[in-house]
Design a protein around this ligand. Sequence first.
Ligand code: ZN
Length: 75
Amino acid sequence: VKRWQQAGGKLHAVDAPHPPMPGDEFRALCGDRVSPNRDDYDVINRGALRPTCWDCERVWREIEHMEPIDYEVSR
Ligand SMILES: [Zn+2]
């Protein structure tokens, strides 16, 4: 399951069965190893998100385009 998770000052994407918990290190789609802290979750609740990690965005889209259903939709 892919989801966005703010950590390390950016909004990264992660492919994991469960959302990362504060303090958990995870490998973002872009390859960065980051760990969200409490503040990252507080910021999300306040609606003040960090800049999107565009490397994650690109990798996410590459993954999606390999899936036949999404390929059909994109045409
Ligand atoms: Zn990233």
